[in-house]
Design a protein around this ligand. Structure first.
Ligand SMILES: [Zn+2]
Length: 47
């Protein structure tokens, strides 16, 4: 399973494949390949 995340800066979507629950989080900082830097990513759903 995984979590669908959206970069708040550029809006690109990607999937984080982890088994642990992220439902307690609204998002996290992660490196965005499009932006080329760490940006805030919102969790928009599970996949
Ligand atoms: Zn981005």
């Amino acid at each position: 399973m995984g979590w669908k995340l959206v970069c708040r800066v550029c809006g690109s979507e990607w999937v984080l494949n982890v088994s642990y629950r992220l439902s307690d989080f609204r998002g996290l900082y992660h490196f965005c390949r499009v932006c080329g830097k760490n940006t805030f990513h919102e969790i928009v759903g599970s996949v």
